[in-house]
Write a protein that binds this ligand. Structure first.
Ligand code: ADP
Ligand code: MG
Length: 552
């Protein structure tokens, strides 16, 4: 009874009449247009109530298969959608899973039924992929082999639930999207960093991190410590929130235009974006410290209140993201002043135009890497229906890894000899900043915070103007003299990204390309991406779009 009305080519529709799998007697008419899958229940009831329109923009995958019963000639077609829906009794909107499964049994020949189901599955996948790239209509389905994704999970991150979250959500989503992945569970701090520093990256098409921001910090630094850093840093990276500080995950979700969510809803959103597989450029910032090797940062540099709260709240880790709220209240009760000198190179319009010439926001590519790397490394984020979720115990194979040490201090010597890009804006740390830098008059601060993505934490929209690759460091500082109540008000407003419109006289915000901070005290906390680094003078320079991130 299947009625294949029109050919499956771009812009035309497919039409078929199938059975619902939940109710073998329930028949439906299914139409696949360029944008939607329309399912119409075939009953005598009024039309409106029996029609479901599912946008292919929300579809992560579709596959065809034969049933278990060898006598039954039917084939099955199943498509997975994650539309934005309002929660019951709530104003919150989040992505919720919808599975549509159909039984195709029009013919007696099981092969013919399966072929028809496969034709539909292919068409759904191709049209879903085309929704990603409406302007140039690039397909993601022309692949020579399945994508090989390494999924790194830190079992200690957050409340220690990353593996449970993987089992409950991520594994299924990746299977639905036909993404083949290898699970790697980290066993110690810097395990991931050591691994990616030594790994044969040609084996992998994407490195995805499921943790807080700390594990991605390890991976980015590991990639930039390689002698082939220029090629290595082009590998598409992905992030799934599994920690307590999920700032980059919250930023990606924010950039997607969806309204704020947290916890598992944020995970489902980021999982959906990962499955969609669109790759964008992401800025990185190089960080020079007085005697440690140069570091790379994708999120933030903090000193004062924010850095103290981040690190002091470690002891409340088992509360998850709430640890920052508790830490904030504790620190507010004993608000401190931090003395030091701050200088920066302002970001100018000229610079931005110049940068616009060599960077674009999203890379509409038919495969994850071909548009990003030399053509010798073609590969795709697979939509293959087979999926091998091998638990890869990397402990044994990596015991023999050697940790390469970088000997010299980049800020005091030329950075050229070391892996990573050259920092053209930064003088050595022991020399004064160049004349085109602004030296801040104040020396008493409550906090200094440099952000390069929008979110400081899941619920803190610290830099509302930031985008993934704007080539800008969003620099905030709060001058001493602010009352604890006023500071609390700022952080409360930050939940909506409204702190810049509170007219707080103590808060200063400016866009810069490079900065230098010299604390006067000999002891204290400086964090980079939420990780503690050497305390003392620090300077930073942004490298626009240096890395690649899967943003959906
Ligand atoms: P959270 O957001 O919960 O802090 P992170 O991803 O930031 O989660 O990880 C916290 C810290 O754990 C980071 O410093 C990271 O380098 C480190 N880490 C990564 N893997 C492990 C592991 N297996 N055991 C202990 N620490 C780890
Ligand atoms: Mg962290």
């Amino acid at each position: 009874m299947m009625d294949h009305k029109r050919a499956d080519s771009k812009g035309t529709s497919l039409y078929g009449e199938f059975l619902f799998t939940s109710n073998r007697k329930g028949r439906c008419a299914v139409t696949l247009t360029e944008k939607d899958l329309v399912v119409q229940r075939l009953t005598s009831a009024p039309v409106g109530r029996n029609k479901v329109v599912l946008s292919l923009k929300e579809c992560v995958g579709c596959r065809a298969y034969r049933g278990n019963d060898s006598v039954d000639p039917a084939a099955y077609l199943v498509a997975y959608f994650y539309p934005l829906k309002r929660r019951w009794m709530s104003s919150r909107v989040s992505r919720q899973r919808v599975e549509q499964c159909f039984r195709l049994a029009a013919l007696q020949d099981p092969r013919a039924n399966l072929e028809e189901a496969e034709k539909w599955a292919r068409a759904v996948r191709e049209r879903s992929a085309r929704q990603q790239f409406p302007r140039n209509g690039v397909l993601m389905s022309q692949r020579s082999r399945p994508c090989r994704m390494m999924l790194l999970v830190n079992p200690q991150s957050g409340k220690g639930q990353a593996l449970t979250l993987y089992n409950n959500h991520v594994q299924r989503m990746l299977n639905e999207a036909g993404i083949v992945h290898t699970l790697v569970i980290t066993e110690w701090q810097n395990h991931a960093r050591e691994m990616v520093r030594e790994a044969d990256l040609s084996q992998w098409d994407a490195l995805v991190i499921m943790s807080g921001d700390g594990l991605l910090y390890e991976v980015i630094n590991g990639l930039l410590e390689r002698s082939d850093w220029e090629e290595a840093i082009r590998i598409p990276l992905g992030i799934l929130p599994g920690g307590s500080g999920n700032a980059l995950a919250a930023s990606i979700h924010h950039y997607s235009g969806a309204s704020p969510v947290s916890s598992e809803e944020l995970l489902v959103s980021c999982g959906f974006l990962l499955c969609k597989g669109l790759v964008s450029h992401m800025d990185l910032v190089s960080i020079h410290l007085s005697s440690s090797p140069r570091l790379f940062s994708f999120l933030s540099l903090a000193w004062g209140f924010v850095a103290d709260v981040d690190i002091e709240s470690e002891k409340y880790r088992h509360f998850g993201a709430v640890r920052f709220t508790i830490g904030t209240l504790v620190r507010l009760a004993s608000l401190r002043v931090y003395k030091g000198r701050l200088a920066y190179l302002p970001a100018t319009k000229d610079h931005n135009n110049e940068e616009d010439m060599r960077s674009n926001t999203t890379i509409p590519c038919k495969n994850l890497r071909s548009a990003l790397t030399p053509p010798s490394v073609p590969c795709l984020l697979s939509r293959d229906s087979s999926c091998d979720n091998t638990r890869h115990n990397s402990c044994h194979s990596n015991n023999s890894l050697k940790v390469r040490r970088i000997e010299s201090t980049p800020s005091r010597s030329a950075t050229k000899a070391l892996p990573g890009p050259t920092d053209s804006l930064l003088p050595p740390l022991d020399q004064p900043p160049p004349s085109d830098w602004v030296v801040v008059q104040e020396e008493d601060f409550v906090l200094v915070l440099a952000m390069y993505q929008s979110h400081l934490a899941e619920d803190l929209l610290a830099a509302p103007e930031a985008t993934l690759d704007d080539g800008v460091i969003h620099l905030f500082y709060v001058r001493a003299g602010i009352s604890p109540t006023a500071l609390l008000r700022l952080f409360l407003a930050m939940e909506r990204g409204a702190h810049l419109t509170t007219n707080c006289q103590h808060l200063v915000y400016t866009k810069v390309r490079a900065l230098r901070l010299e604390p006067y005290s000999s002891k204290g906390i400086i964090t980079v991406d939420g990780e503690v680094v050497e305390y003392g003078p620090v300077q930073a320079e942004v490298h626009r779009g240096l890395s690649r991130l899967i943003t959906g």
